[in-house]
Design a binder for this molecule. Structure first.
Ligand code: ADP
Ligand code: NI
Length: 188
């Protein structure tokens, strides 16, 4: 199942901005596999959420719907309805946790947020900032995104194992932020 889903999603995601491309999906998959240890999960449902979670993110401007890809994958109606009812709650733009998410959705939400932390998180933020012509610092800059969202991202995790994996990545983010701010000596 994993290989089939990857084959379907790859053409749509391979050339996206580096922070949201196919490699992001593979990293979320790897983190999700760590998070699911000891939990009872529906593996196929988990894989669908992992590989389809960003497809309708308006920032990516993709010309395809999650529903179309589920059809292409010949997913049964029950699973399809389940995916479509939960997948749009996974976006972390809102940086909130929701009640009543399935364990699979909690895993994907946590894995997606963990991929926005640590060194990869720094790289993704500046990559996103660059394609949107953002300054490094100042009003509406990439470093503002750290202050508003990334530096508090660990408050919005569901699972204890996610908090454990997040810890060193959050420490790195905070250290990066402090060093970055200390190096700025001009107004600009
Ligand atoms: P989601 O698509 O899950 O809602 P986002 O698109 O908000 O999540 O974030 C995905 C990645 O893009 C993260 O690494 C995040 O840091 C980065 N990102 C999102 N918005 C900004 C921004 N305004 N400035 C810099 N990076 C951003
Ligand atoms: Ni994502």
């Amino acid at each position: 199942m994993r290989e089939i889903i990857k084959q379907v999603v790859y053409p749509y995601t391979k050339d996206l901005e580096a922070g949201h491309d196919f490699c992001h999906l593979e990293r979320v998959d790897a983190i999700a596999q760590q998070l699911k240890k000891g939990l009872i999960v529906d593996d196929n449902y988990l894989l669908l959420l992992i590989y389809l979670h960003d497809i309708e993110d308006h920032k990516l401007k993709l010309n395809v719907k999650v529903k179309d890809l589920l059809d292409e994958l010949k997913i049964d109606e029950i699973t399809k309805a389940k995916v479509l009812s939960e997948i749009f709650d996974l976006s972390f733009s809102k940086y909130k946790t929701k009640d009543n998410l399935s364990i699979e959705a909690q895993i994907v939400s946590d894995a997606d947020r963990i991929d926005a932390m640590g060194a990869i998180g720094v790289a993704r933020a500046f990559s996103y900032g660059a394609i949107n012509n953002r300054k490094f610092y100042g009003n509406d800059s990439t470093i503002k995104h750290f202050e508003e969202k990334l530096l508090v991202l660990d408050q919005y995790l569901y699972l204890d194992e996610a908090r454990r994996i997040a810890k060193p990545r959050m420490e790195f983010l905070k250290q990066f932020y402090q060093e970055f701010m200390s190096e700025i000596q001009t107004e600009c």
